[in-house]
Design a protein around this ligand. Sequence first.
Ligand SMILES: [Zn+2]
Length: 310
Amino acid sequence: MNAPCFRPLGMYCNLSEESLEELVRIGFTHICAGGIDWENDEELRKARSLLKAWSEHIQPYSVHYSCLFNSLDFPVDEVADRLSEWMLKAATLGIRWGVIHPRPGALPDWRNGPEPQVLQAFEDRLVTCLEKVAQRTCSSGTGLSLENDIWDRRVWNWLCTGKDLKRVVSRVGAKNIGICLDMGHVPISGLDPAATILEMGEYLVDTHFNDSFGYFPGRTVWDCDVHIPIGLGMVNWVEVMDALEAIGFTHPICFEAGSQVYPHDAARICFSNWRAIELARWRWDCFGNRPGGGTGPRAAHTSIPRPGSE
Ligand SMILES: [Zn+2]
């Protein structure tokens, strides 16, 4: 009988002594540092020495960069310069991946929904920008990943699916440009979590794992983006684990749930739920077939015979 495979786990958290101590106490081996001001050299110096002091217990994995794509026709060279500069600084902190949302901050007031040819032009611009970034940073030890956006049909329907992101990242074709999967965005977009992972394949390098209740009609998609701890929403995490195994994912799993300033309670729930699901999945596999035909806890639950159903 094989031993269960426990993946290394990381958490999104503002970088502080208190956070590092708490994450290590819970059992995390990675931190995804939020709230870093890349223009503040003094702050970067402090971050570097803090991470160094804790390096035996916890490693930095990724960071979130603020959105630089202000408009659909953003200035390619300017953005590529700024991003490359941030990434080279992140590399000095030992950060492996930085994440960006590939969506402009300001969108046109579309009359009949997003116009595909305008979005295609944005994608071409984005690819050119990422090619420049990759050229400047390819040997730095840090990379840039594009996060799947929320499919908001009235306003934005681009770069939300695994297929879309894979198309862009493979067009760039650089080994330090990849994909970050925000799992909470997937059910809100009406997409399937496991299928999305399979679409992303080897380009998936970072995760923002959190749960959601999907889309509520009459609400904005941002209202629905609740970032609750994993296991409390509608994502089937057993199928997520199967899909990660199928694509050979070996990076740490990072959770992005709760508030970044004080996410410690969310961190504890994510950690214990993830480990419990890993263990349950392993036990089912040890016993042969999974209950309910292999689709996880919900199938297991519904397969229990009801009184009087025989
Ligand atoms: Zn995210």
